[in-house]
Design a binder for this molecule. Sequence first.
Ligand SMILES: NC(=O)C1=CN([C@@H]2O[C@H](COP(=O)(O)OP(=O)(O)OC[C@H]3O[C@@H](n4cnc5c(N)ncnc54)[C@H](OP(=O)(O)O)[C@@H]3O)[C@@H](O)[C@H]2O)C=CC1
Ligand SMILES: O=C(O)CCC(=O)C(=O)O
Ligand SMILES: [Mg+2]
Length: 474
Amino acid sequence: MYEKITPPTTGSRITFSNGEPIVPDNPIIPFIRGDGTGVDIWPAAQRVMDAAVQTAYQGKRQIDWFKVYAGDEACEVYGTYQYLPEDTLQAIKEFGVAIKGPLTTPIGGGIRSLNVALRQINDLYACVRPCRYYPGTPSPHKNPEKLDVIIYRENTEDIYLGIEWRQGSEIGDRLIKILNEDLIPATPEHGKKQIPLDAGIGIKPISKTGSQRLVRRAIKHALRLPPNKQMVTLVHKGNIMKYTEGAFRDWGYELATSEFRNECITERESWILGNKEHNPDLSTEDNARQLEPGYNALTADKKAQICQEVEAVLSQIWETHGNGQWKHKIMVNDRIADSIFQQIQTRPDEYSILATMNLNGDYLSDAAAAVVGGLGMGPGANIGDECAIFEATHGTAPKHAGLDRINPGSVILSGVMMLEYMGWQEAAELIKKGIGDAIANREVTYDLARLMEPPAQPLKCSEFADAIIKHFSD
Ligand SMILES: NC(=O)C1=CN([C@@H]2O[C@H](COP(=O)(O)OP(=O)(O)OC[C@H]3O[C@@H](n4cnc5c(N)ncnc54)[C@H](OP(=O)(O)O)[C@@H]3O)[C@@H](O)[C@H]2O)C=CC1
Ligand SMILES: O=C(O)CCC(=O)C(=O)O
Ligand SMILES: [Mg+2]
């Protein structure tokens, strides 16, 4: 029973089987309008989705929208401080698939993020953010079309979990004391390090389970891509944070080479096999020398370790992956996080799926969206095994709120992801065509108009939606 909302009287629930949605022809889909520019974006996006479904299925399929509340709007309906009412959580749980506009999070104090809460409460562990280029979109880059990546961002852990203590708080100070006086001295590798007494403290948990279920989804997605895009890059800062970010990388490789052994090859394995293919008489040690830059300067133990790695790869997977067979497998590699920010700009076509931890993925998805046209073109999905919530990469952009000028493209493209997730490919294709044609025709909102050469006359948010719909059928 809901307190203040009533589900549509027509339509039915999306259910799940083995993590996949089973979608009726008239699903009930809860939506959250969103704060700030949500007032502009959501009506435009809903109109485009409804028009696409109507055009594609001529009434045989339709979405029965169910308005639910979060953020400022929820406080208006449910009362002060009721940012995320129980009704909303219940509706999302009951109907399984939802879509939302952006919600405000105050900086430095106040409520924790409602966006993050929705992901955590529903265990939506994979944040999927594709960044691909629509021809004609202005971009600060010379060849933005070369970037076609999908960010798979772990969505429930990392410092995003929000467990932290304010500087000077009683527990924060206690924690620093225990760390400085007990735990750090008891860990020889930390030497004489000490935490400053006036520090705030945040906790960064990265679990094996959380990392591997994310990488599992990323690899399954890679299996569905064309052969030249079958790659998964594990993004991490494991050189500095060895037991969190480094462990993410190691657990990712472990999963790839155990659960997907027949489908995957790691980059190092490909080098070992490639060296041997190039020179069948190559000794183990020479292979190790080619594999590891600076091999000759290593300790005997380290050299032995690398030789063992070479031998293990050749003995375990030569038959299934050698003689070039590895070229038809999913390539799993890893890149250090700071480096990947320049790689997506300098060598964008070398990447496909980027599997990241929570914070790195947050940063990287805004940066990658900028390459292909900015935050107005950055869709996203938060996916779990029994629930999915679709939302744009961007936030509430408050200075543009209520002016009918912001770009609704990201929420519309999030709608495309939702339609694809539901298997309603025909409607999704119509919207993609509509957006592509509108951009090619220079019918765009201010953000894209100002970057075009020469600058285009900007459309309003609502007019951009009209233009997309118009192009369904021309
Ligand atoms: N999932 C969510 O709901 C998210 C919520 N947030 C929250 O949103 C609030 C505002 O965050 P802020 O840092 O300003 O980031 P925003 O993403 O909201 O906006 C930053 C800038 O990005 C550009 N931008 C954003 N959305 C669009 C769009 N639809 N079309 C075109 N350009 C766009 C605008 O640039 P310009 O003015 O130069 O054109 C805007 O000023 C914060 O409370 C934050 O916590 C942030 C991210 C995600
Ligand atoms: O929840 C927020 O306010 C910000 C979240 C965010 O930036 C993101 O998930 O990309
Ligand atoms: Mg973000």
